[in-house]
Write a protein that binds this ligand. Structure first.
Ligand SMILES: [Mg+2]
Length: 342
């Protein structure tokens, strides 16, 4: 039998090795919620929520308060019929990180019961992926030195945060490119620009000979017209991140022809919407990357298994676990920077 006996939430705190600075936000650590799904046969599945107030409007205390409601929703249900559990937990749309963690813990318990790893339950498309590493906003000198240190760790793909100062961002981007030739760049403005500033940024760096693989969320999350303007005036592919949370958001972005890429994060969509988004984006002939919030290795495991299982992503931005101090590694995957594999 694989029936859910109980669901437990445990708060966990993690500290970053160094403060993480993005547009209008500096983080020193991450407060996550470990979700433990126990079955009536003693098998346990684990998930992790990394709530984001900035993106999802989630506060940790409020999300912790859903423990009883989640028990009422899924106790007695069989994890082998996981689609039934996905359908009922889709009602947790106000707390998507918890939806993700509960849905993943369900798959993890199913995996433990059957001996089939989650990445194979989800399709087994790949056995190895490459992650980027992200660098904070800083002075030009700080940014060059951080970019070099990321390359020094073995990464080939650097994610560069911009969005607070257009002129400095342009100079920094050109300088980082000079210092790390041969690397690929994902550039993320986290909604910091107006559409015209965003077009100015890509035009200037393009003229300076810089190639950008993906330009993420240049404008505000509700500015779909703005995203579209940037997409059709940029030499580089444009991605929606904050604008693309649910499958309904992505349906609209596709209809509006607003972006080239969708950045899926399980913490925004849960497993259920993420699976739907993968198929919608493939059918629309657009591209996918996968990102993270502040997950530890327990939570990054969820995205690694999802990415390996679906094989759907051109870029993997799954680096929070590399940036957090953690006592014990809890992923069911192996790490050989910049690669994650099974
Ligand atoms: Mg982003």
């Amino acid at each position: 039998m694989g029936q859910v006996k109980s669901v437990e939430f445990k708060m966990k705190e993690f500290e970053y090795f160094k403060p993480f600075h993005i547009t209008n936000s500096i983080s020193y650590g991450s407060q996550n919620i470990e979700v433990i799904v126990e079955l009536d046969n003693g098998i346990i599945g684990y998930g992790e929520a990394s709530p984001s107030f900035r993106v999802n409007g989630e506060k940790v205390a409020a999300v912790m308060g859903l423990e009883n409601a989640v028990n009422e929703m899924i106790v007695g249900m069989d994890v082998r019929n996981y689609r039934q559990i996905f359908d009922i937990t889709d009602k947790l749309f106000g707390a998507p990180s918890i939806k993700a963690a509960v849905q993943y813990a369900t798959l993890d318990a199913f995996s433990e019961e059957t001996g089939v790893p989650v990445y194979q339950i989800l399709g087994g498309a790949k056995t190895k992926i490459e992650t980027d590493q992200t660098m904070s906003i800083g002075t030009i000198e700080e940014r060059i030195s951080e970019a070099k240190s990321i390359v020094g760790k073995g990464h080939n793909i650097i994610k560069i945060k911009i969005g607070e100062n257009l002129e400095e961002d342009i100079k920094s981007m050109i300088a980082i490119h000079e210092a790390t030739k041969g690397c690929k760049y994902i550039v993320d403005a986290n909604m910091g620009y107006t559409p015209k500033q965003a077009v100015r940024f890509v035009t200037e760096v393009y003229r300076a000979g810089v190639d950008i693989s993906v330009f993420e969320q240049p404008v505000g999350m509700y500015d779909i017209e703005g995203l579209k303007y940037v997409r059709w005036n940029s030499p580089f592919p444009v991605a929606a991140d904050e604008s693309a949370k649910t499958k309904y958001d992505v349906m609209r972005l596709i209809k509006e022809e607003a972006v080239d890429y969708i950045n899926i994060k399980l913490m925004k969509s849960g497993i259920s919407d993420a699976l739907a988004i993968v198929e919608m984006v493939k059918a629309a002939n657009l591209k996918l990357m996968i990102g993270c919030m502040g997950e530890s290795s327990l939570g990054i495991n969820q995205s690694v298994q999802f990415a390996l299982g679906t094989g759907a992503f051109d870029f993997h931005d799954l680096d929070s676990s590399l940036m957090l101090k953690e006592q014990v590694f809890r992923g069911k995957y192996k790490v050989d920077v910049p690669y994650y594999y099974v």
